[in-house]
Write a protein that binds this ligand. Sequence first.
Ligand code: MN3
Length: 243
Amino acid sequence: MLTVHRRVFLQGAAAAAVSAMAQPTRPAWAAETEKGPFKLPPLPYGLDALEPSIDAKTMEFHHDKHHAAYVKKLNEAVKDHSQVAAMSLEEILVKLNELPENIRTTVRNNGGGHANHSMYWQIMGKDVSAPKGELKAAIDSDLGGLDKLKEDFNGKGEKVFGSGWVFVTVSPDGKLSLTSKPNQDTPLMDGGRVLFGNDVWEHAYYLKYQNRRPEYLKAWWDVLNWNAVGERYAAAKAGKLAI
Ligand code: MN3
């Protein structure tokens, strides 16, 4: 009898687990950020997909809390400004200086944060591959090759004082250059386009690396998805790369 009861119990538990998988509860971050025109994109992979370069706990806080907060505050800022709320994120960042002054700083910080993080999740992954074709040629001619790019990019990342980002930008004719920005600023605010970038805010690495930002910068290249970067490069040259 005991065996039978246990089997019945296990079947019940298994059924409950399957049913929970079939109808997952909406994560808290989703509900929080669905109240406005801007939405938090889900991660394109699991929280632990970028281990060991970036640990799952960091990913959870970074996406579900930090990025979610930028989206929430951006939505709150545009709530009473229907013209701004109707604009695309790209347009908002390009035309920052034309926005109502009382929301400009909030939109700069949180709209920039929304754009930067949406790009950041997209260009990372486990399928890292290597730069090829026109992208590889541009890295060789404009940035001195991949090894030199990594060295210069990491150097710029180390030099960001406080919080900010390091970027590779791409011009409409496909020319690449390196730049860094403070806070949540983005080259989009200067009319540029971002090929890819890395987040050097402490929240991006502190749980695993503490004060060792150079170690994080180095490990990050192991999760940079060159296929995704290649798609962004092609989109930029076709005039179709937004954020
Ligand atoms: Mn961040």
